[in-house]
Design a protein around this ligand. Structure first.
Ligand code: MLT
Length: 390
């Protein structure tokens, strides 16, 4: 057998696949494991989306190859949603593309832009895909530390001039995974000014825009003046509509960047199943969508408040996040992220994600995702209490 490409040596196993593997080992020992690991909504996809899927799958025309770029109807629905929710109007023909989930699009935009030796500005901690595909494409991730004292926003003024000049892409992700931090419109303006100065494409990963609390409404990068010249924004139906398994998202923004991504995609995949796109249109256009999202956010807010109170009661310094469904919690003294997460799984049967898995600046934290019902969350908190007390 030939050896796999040497570049694979630079790629760690995918974080959540690895967590799944460890979880299965513990379950095989008969432990009732509670997962606060991956951000995978536990509630069902809304009925109005499922009904649309039933109708769509009955149509034989939908069983053939889909349009590469997504059906025009899907792209129109995506652009109308964006205009309604965030303001800017995009042309569905040239400024929007359907994705088989945001993850593939985020990976492929790197392949569309990064030549060996190019620099990509990557938040740390951050979603592992940004870093991993940069390395696979032969680029160099330049890490932008996200620190509590900066509200987990990168300090773009600290990027050395020679690095900024070599950079092709700047990844931003607010509401943020894994920290739950949110961005201000001022920050986005600063980022756009920076990108224009150095001729960098901003890749804004806005997967959590609808999951916000306490009256906060997340903006889009396109709130910033000049953003259309230098930005694309990825949006996913996975989290707001409980559709992680359906694999459907889209990207809007700068037409040249959308076209470059399209070149990679048409040569890689054959588009998302049209029936899934039709169901997604129902999600994006249904009058019931807003109430559904509000109800889900209320569920996550209750879980958040329960978890923050429970964690504080056992001496962990948890702060309520404003966006996403992740709590970013410092580990107790004497532990690393990995040691705490490993022992918690081994000894208490609770899965959390070690912060260090999101990059070196995630060390000292764990990420807790709030994707279990309240009684399971309460049970997990009780197990953590017993674990920390030992
Ligand atoms: C996460 O838990 O970080 C996300 O669910 C991963 C993803 O969106 O692929």
């Amino acid at each position: 057998m030939p050896q796999p490409a040497t570049r694979l040596a630079s790629v760690p196993p995918y974080l959540f696949a690895e967590i799944d593997r460890k979880k299965r080992e513990v379950i095989a020992r008969g432990v009732d494991v509670i997962s606060l690991g991956i951000g995978d909504p536990d509630q069902p996809t809304p009925r109005f989306v499922i009904d649309a899927m039933h109708r769509a799958i009955e149509n034989p025309a939908n069983h053939q190859y889909p349009d590469y770029e997504g059906s025009l109807a899907f792209r129109q629905a995506a652009c109308q949603f964006y205009a309604r929710r965030f303001g800017p109007r995009f042309d569905p023909a040239t400024e929007a593309l359907a994705l088989i989930g945001s993850k593939e699009g985020l990976a492929h935009i790197i392949w569309a832009y990064v030549d060996p030796g190019d620099v990509v500005l990557v938040p740390d901690p951050g979603y592992p895909v940004y870093r991993t595909h940069t390395r696979l494409a032969g680029g160099t991730p330049h890490l932008l530390p996200l620190r509590a004292e900066n509200g987990f926003l990168p300090d773009l003024d600290a990027v050395p001039e020679e690095v900024a000049r070599k950079a092709k892409l700047l990844f931003l992700n607010y509401p943020n995974n894994p920290t739950g931090a949110v961005a201000t419109a001022d920050f986005y303006q600063k980022a756009v000014n920076f990108a224009r100065k150095y001729d960098i494409l901003i890749v804004s990963d806005n997967a959590y825009s609808e999951m916000t609390y306490d009256g906060y409404v997340a903006p889009s990068i396109f709130a910033a003046e000049g953003a259309r010249e230098v930005a694309v924004e990825f949006w996913s139906l996975s989290k707001p509509f409980n559709m992680t398994g359906w694999r459907i998202g889209f990207v809007v923004g700068n037409a040249a960047a959308i076209s470059a991504l399209g070149v990679i995609k048409t040569n890689t995949d054959s588009g998302q199943f049209t029936a899934v796109q039709e169901a997604a249109i129902a999600a994006l256009t249904s009058p019931e969508a807003e109430a559904f999202i509000a109800e889900m956010n209320e569920t996550y807010r209750r879980r958040r408040d329960m978890a923050v109170a429970g964690l504080r009661a056992i001496g962990l310094d948890a702060s309520p996040m404003k966006g996403s469904f992740y709590l970013w919690v410092p580990v107790p003294a004497g532990h690393t992220s990995a040691s705490f997460a490993t022992l918690l799984l081994e000894q208490a049967g609770v899965v959390v994600t070690p912060g260090s898995a999101y990059g070196e600046h995630g060390e000292g934290y764990i990420r807790i995702s709030l994707c279990v019902p309240e009684e399971r969350l309460q049970e997990a908190l009780e197990r953590m209490r017993r674990f920390v007390a030992v």
